[in-house]
Design a protein around this ligand. Structure first.
Ligand SMILES: [Zn+2]
Length: 292
Protein backbone atom coordinates (compact mmCIF):
# COMPACT_ATOMS: atom_id res chain seq x y z
CA UNK A 1 0.00 0.00 0.00
CA UNK A 2 1.39 3.42 -0.92
CA UNK A 3 1.26 6.50 1.28
CA UNK A 4 -1.08 8.02 -1.32
CA UNK A 5 -3.55 5.22 -0.60
CA UNK A 6 -3.11 5.90 3.11
CA UNK A 7 -4.17 9.53 2.72
CA UNK A 8 -7.07 8.64 0.37
CA UNK A 9 -8.32 6.03 2.79
CA UNK A 10 -8.04 8.41 5.71
CA UNK A 11 -10.18 10.91 3.81
CA UNK A 12 -12.69 8.22 2.71
CA UNK A 13 -13.08 6.90 6.26
CA UNK A 14 -13.46 10.40 7.70
CA UNK A 15 -16.46 11.20 5.51
CA UNK A 16 -14.85 14.51 4.51
CA UNK A 17 -15.46 15.80 0.98
CA UNK A 18 -12.14 16.31 -0.82
CA UNK A 19 -11.47 19.90 -1.88
CA UNK A 20 -14.69 21.31 -0.49
CA UNK A 21 -14.42 24.83 0.99
CA UNK A 22 -17.43 23.94 3.15
CA UNK A 23 -15.12 21.63 5.10
CA UNK A 24 -14.28 24.78 7.08
CA UNK A 25 -17.80 26.16 7.52
CA UNK A 26 -18.47 26.56 11.27
CA UNK A 27 -15.55 24.22 11.95
CA UNK A 28 -13.85 24.84 15.30
CA UNK A 29 -10.14 24.15 15.39
CA UNK A 30 -7.12 24.70 17.59
CA UNK A 31 -3.54 25.20 16.38
CA UNK A 32 -2.25 23.28 19.40
CA UNK A 33 -4.35 20.21 18.57
CA UNK A 34 -3.39 19.09 15.06
CA UNK A 35 -6.15 16.45 15.06
CA UNK A 36 -8.67 19.30 14.83
CA UNK A 37 -7.35 20.54 11.48
CA UNK A 38 -4.72 18.29 9.82
CA UNK A 39 -7.23 15.63 8.54
CA UNK A 40 -9.52 18.40 7.24
CA UNK A 41 -6.68 20.20 5.46
CA UNK A 42 -5.53 16.86 4.00
CA UNK A 43 -9.02 16.43 2.48
CA UNK A 44 -9.12 20.05 1.30
CA UNK A 45 -5.71 19.72 -0.41
CA UNK A 46 -6.39 16.35 -2.04
CA UNK A 47 -7.66 17.54 -5.46
CA UNK A 48 -4.61 19.77 -5.76
CA UNK A 49 -2.02 17.01 -5.23
CA UNK A 50 0.17 16.09 -8.19
CA UNK A 51 0.06 12.44 -9.26
CA UNK A 52 3.50 11.80 -7.78
CA UNK A 53 2.93 13.89 -4.67
CA UNK A 54 3.52 10.96 -2.33
CA UNK A 55 7.05 10.46 -3.69
CA UNK A 56 7.71 14.19 -3.28
CA UNK A 57 6.08 14.49 0.16
CA UNK A 58 7.33 11.22 1.68
CA UNK A 59 4.61 11.25 4.36
CA UNK A 60 5.67 9.58 7.59
CA UNK A 61 9.36 9.87 6.77
CA UNK A 62 11.02 12.29 9.14
CA UNK A 63 13.05 15.19 7.81
CA UNK A 64 15.71 16.93 9.88
CA UNK A 65 14.26 20.43 9.59
CA UNK A 66 13.43 23.00 12.27
CA UNK A 67 9.77 23.68 12.98
CA UNK A 68 9.92 27.09 11.34
CA UNK A 69 12.10 26.12 8.37
CA UNK A 70 10.67 27.62 5.18
CA UNK A 71 11.56 24.37 3.42
CA UNK A 72 8.34 22.82 4.81
CA UNK A 73 6.33 25.24 2.70
CA UNK A 74 8.54 24.59 -0.35
CA UNK A 75 8.02 20.83 0.02
CA UNK A 76 4.24 21.30 -0.15
CA UNK A 77 4.64 23.67 -3.10
CA UNK A 78 6.42 20.90 -5.01
CA UNK A 79 3.56 18.49 -4.23
CA UNK A 80 0.74 20.66 -5.59
CA UNK A 81 -0.57 21.32 -9.09
CA UNK A 82 -0.86 24.96 -10.10
CA UNK A 83 0.35 28.01 -8.20
CA UNK A 84 0.50 27.62 -4.42
CA UNK A 85 -0.39 31.32 -4.01
CA UNK A 86 -3.75 30.61 -5.67
CA UNK A 87 -4.36 27.70 -3.27
CA UNK A 88 -3.37 29.92 -0.32
CA UNK A 89 -5.81 32.58 -1.47
CA UNK A 90 -8.66 30.06 -1.81
CA UNK A 91 -7.84 28.45 1.55
CA UNK A 92 -7.70 31.79 3.38
CA UNK A 93 -11.15 32.61 1.98
CA UNK A 94 -12.51 29.21 3.07
CA UNK A 95 -11.14 29.85 6.58
CA UNK A 96 -13.34 32.94 6.83
CA UNK A 97 -16.29 30.70 7.78
CA UNK A 98 -14.39 28.78 10.48
CA UNK A 99 -13.71 29.39 14.17
CA UNK A 100 -10.27 29.23 15.78
CA UNK A 101 -9.21 29.00 19.42
CA UNK A 102 -7.14 32.02 20.44
CA UNK A 103 -5.81 33.40 23.74
CA UNK A 104 -5.82 36.91 25.16
CA UNK A 105 -3.70 38.01 28.12
CA UNK A 106 -4.93 40.62 30.59
CA UNK A 107 -5.09 41.47 34.29
CA UNK A 108 -8.51 41.80 35.86
CA UNK A 109 -10.45 41.73 39.10
CA UNK A 110 -13.42 40.09 37.37
CA UNK A 111 -13.15 37.99 34.21
CA UNK A 112 -16.96 37.96 34.21
CA UNK A 113 -16.72 41.35 32.45
CA UNK A 114 -15.53 39.52 29.33
CA UNK A 115 -18.18 36.79 29.62
CA UNK A 116 -20.84 39.54 29.86
CA UNK A 117 -19.53 42.24 27.51
CA UNK A 118 -17.08 40.44 25.23
CA UNK A 119 -13.58 41.66 24.42
CA UNK A 120 -13.41 45.31 23.45
CA UNK A 121 -10.72 47.06 21.39
CA UNK A 122 -8.28 49.56 22.88
CA UNK A 123 -10.18 52.69 23.95
CA UNK A 124 -7.98 55.48 25.27
CA UNK A 125 -10.84 57.37 26.96
CA UNK A 126 -11.63 54.32 29.13
CA UNK A 127 -7.93 53.82 29.91
CA UNK A 128 -7.59 57.47 30.95
CA UNK A 129 -10.49 56.94 33.38
CA UNK A 130 -8.70 53.90 34.78
CA UNK A 131 -5.49 55.94 35.13
CA UNK A 132 -7.41 58.54 37.17
CA UNK A 133 -8.83 55.79 39.40
CA UNK A 134 -5.32 54.42 39.95
CA UNK A 135 -4.00 57.89 40.85
CA UNK A 136 -6.87 58.35 43.31
CA UNK A 137 -5.80 55.13 45.06
CA UNK A 138 -2.08 55.93 44.89
CA UNK A 139 -1.45 59.61 45.82
CA UNK A 140 2.29 58.87 45.87
CA UNK A 141 2.12 58.73 42.05
CA UNK A 142 0.80 62.31 41.80
CA UNK A 143 4.39 63.58 41.52
CA UNK A 144 4.60 61.94 38.10
CA UNK A 145 1.30 63.43 36.88
CA UNK A 146 3.03 66.40 35.25
CA UNK A 147 4.84 63.99 32.94
CA UNK A 148 1.79 61.94 32.02
CA UNK A 149 0.50 64.22 29.26
CA UNK A 150 3.85 64.17 27.49
CA UNK A 151 4.11 60.40 27.94
CA UNK A 152 0.60 59.93 26.50
CA UNK A 153 1.52 62.10 23.51
CA UNK A 154 4.73 60.11 23.02
CA UNK A 155 2.81 56.82 23.00
CA UNK A 156 0.69 58.17 20.17
CA UNK A 157 -2.13 56.11 18.78
CA UNK A 158 -0.65 52.63 18.99
CA UNK A 159 -3.28 49.94 19.37
CA UNK A 160 -6.09 52.45 18.77
CA UNK A 161 -9.30 50.53 18.02
CA UNK A 162 -7.42 47.25 18.07
CA UNK A 163 -7.19 44.14 20.25
CA UNK A 164 -4.83 41.22 20.07
CA UNK A 165 -5.10 37.47 20.39
CA UNK A 166 -2.57 34.70 19.83
CA UNK A 167 -3.10 31.17 18.53
CA UNK A 168 -0.56 29.63 20.92
CA UNK A 169 -0.59 30.56 24.61
CA UNK A 170 2.80 28.86 25.11
CA UNK A 171 4.64 31.72 23.39
CA UNK A 172 2.48 34.35 25.08
CA UNK A 173 3.27 32.98 28.54
CA UNK A 174 6.99 32.49 27.85
CA UNK A 175 7.77 35.71 26.00
CA UNK A 176 4.99 38.27 26.51
CA UNK A 177 3.54 37.61 29.96
CA UNK A 178 3.67 41.34 30.78
CA UNK A 179 0.15 41.54 29.33
CA UNK A 180 -0.98 39.28 32.19
CA UNK A 181 1.30 40.74 34.87
CA UNK A 182 0.53 44.43 34.23
CA UNK A 183 -2.64 44.34 32.10
CA UNK A 184 -2.92 47.26 29.71
CA UNK A 185 0.20 48.02 27.71
CA UNK A 186 -0.95 51.64 27.47
CA UNK A 187 -1.19 52.06 31.26
CA UNK A 188 2.16 50.35 31.60
CA UNK A 189 3.71 52.80 29.13
CA UNK A 190 2.23 55.85 30.87
CA UNK A 191 3.21 54.76 34.39
CA UNK A 192 6.64 53.50 33.29
CA UNK A 193 9.08 52.05 35.80
CA UNK A 194 8.12 54.84 38.23
CA UNK A 195 4.70 53.51 38.86
CA UNK A 196 3.79 50.42 36.88
CA UNK A 197 4.27 48.23 39.97
CA UNK A 198 0.85 49.43 41.18
CA UNK A 199 -0.76 47.60 38.25
CA UNK A 200 0.34 44.35 39.90
CA UNK A 201 -2.00 45.14 42.79
CA UNK A 202 -5.10 45.01 40.59
CA UNK A 203 -6.88 41.66 40.31
CA UNK A 204 -5.04 38.63 38.94
CA UNK A 205 -3.09 37.70 35.79
CA UNK A 206 -5.68 36.27 33.44
CA UNK A 207 -5.56 34.21 30.28
CA UNK A 208 -8.81 34.28 28.31
CA UNK A 209 -9.68 31.46 25.92
CA UNK A 210 -11.64 32.69 22.93
CA UNK A 211 -13.25 30.94 19.97
CA UNK A 212 -12.63 33.55 17.30
CA UNK A 213 -14.89 33.55 14.22
CA UNK A 214 -12.24 34.10 11.56
CA UNK A 215 -14.41 36.56 9.63
CA UNK A 216 -13.43 38.99 12.43
CA UNK A 217 -9.74 38.63 11.49
CA UNK A 218 -8.23 40.81 8.77
CA UNK A 219 -7.73 39.39 5.30
CA UNK A 220 -3.94 39.69 5.68
CA UNK A 221 -3.95 37.87 9.03
CA UNK A 222 -6.10 35.07 7.54
CA UNK A 223 -3.72 34.73 4.65
CA UNK A 224 -0.72 34.57 6.99
CA UNK A 225 -2.58 31.94 9.03
CA UNK A 226 -3.29 29.91 5.88
CA UNK A 227 0.44 29.98 5.14
CA UNK A 228 1.30 28.83 8.68
CA UNK A 229 -1.25 25.99 8.42
CA UNK A 230 0.16 24.84 5.04
CA UNK A 231 3.67 24.86 6.52
CA UNK A 232 2.78 23.03 9.72
CA UNK A 233 0.55 20.54 7.83
CA UNK A 234 3.61 19.42 5.87
CA UNK A 235 5.67 18.96 9.04
CA UNK A 236 2.83 17.08 10.73
CA UNK A 237 2.29 14.71 7.79
CA UNK A 238 6.00 14.06 7.24
CA UNK A 239 7.46 13.95 10.75
CA UNK A 240 4.33 12.97 12.72
CA UNK A 241 5.63 15.00 15.68
CA UNK A 242 4.23 14.60 19.17
CA UNK A 243 4.68 18.34 19.88
CA UNK A 244 2.86 21.16 18.11
CA UNK A 245 4.93 23.99 16.62
CA UNK A 246 5.13 26.66 19.33
CA UNK A 247 4.38 29.59 17.11
CA UNK A 248 4.40 33.35 17.70
CA UNK A 249 1.29 34.28 15.72
CA UNK A 250 -0.89 37.23 16.69
CA UNK A 251 -4.23 38.37 15.29
CA UNK A 252 -4.76 42.15 15.32
CA UNK A 253 -8.56 42.48 15.46
CA UNK A 254 -10.21 45.79 14.68
CA UNK A 255 -13.57 45.15 16.29
CA UNK A 256 -14.98 43.79 19.52
CA UNK A 257 -15.32 40.03 20.02
CA UNK A 258 -18.82 39.04 21.22
CA UNK A 259 -19.22 37.57 24.73
CA UNK A 260 -20.52 34.31 23.21
CA UNK A 261 -16.98 33.70 21.87
CA UNK A 262 -15.34 33.84 25.33
CA UNK A 263 -15.13 30.18 26.34
CA UNK A 264 -12.79 30.03 29.32
CA UNK A 265 -10.27 31.72 31.57
CA UNK A 266 -7.51 30.86 34.00
CA UNK A 267 -5.11 32.63 36.30
CA UNK A 268 -1.48 31.44 35.95
CA UNK A 269 0.44 31.76 39.22
CA UNK A 270 4.05 31.86 38.01
CA UNK A 271 5.06 33.95 35.01
CA UNK A 272 8.20 35.35 33.42
CA UNK A 273 8.31 39.16 33.39
CA UNK A 274 9.92 40.55 30.18
CA UNK A 275 9.81 44.08 31.67
CA UNK A 276 11.87 42.98 34.64
CA UNK A 277 14.81 41.21 33.02
CA UNK A 278 12.78 38.01 32.43
CA UNK A 279 12.73 37.35 36.16
CA UNK A 280 10.11 35.08 37.62
CA UNK A 281 6.91 36.69 38.90
CA UNK A 282 4.66 34.84 41.33
CA UNK A 283 1.16 36.27 41.58
CA UNK A 284 -0.23 36.51 45.11
CA UNK A 285 -3.73 36.28 43.63
CA UNK A 286 -4.93 33.43 41.40
CA UNK A 287 -8.68 33.98 41.35
CA UNK A 288 -11.13 36.68 40.35
CA UNK A 289 -14.69 37.67 41.25
CA UNK A 290 -15.97 35.39 38.49
CA UNK A 291 -14.29 32.18 39.69
CA UNK A 292 -13.92 32.89 43.43
ZN1 LIG B 1 -11.27 34.01 37.53
Amino acid sequence: MTDYMDISEIIASSGLSPGDDDLWRDHHFDWKNADTWVPRLTAWLQPHFRKDFSRRLRPGQERDLDMDDLEWFSILERCLKGNIDDHLEQFSMALESSVMRIYHGCRTEDAGIYFRNGLLPHDQAILEQRLEAILARHPELEVFRANFEQRINNIGEIDKGCLYGVIDDTCLLERAAHYLIYGSEWLCAVLREDGRHVLKEIGAPTLLEVDLPLYLASKSDRRELACALFTEWTRQVCNKPTQHHQIDFTFAIHSSIPSSCIVGHRHPKTLIDPLSGYRSYVSPVTYCAYCA
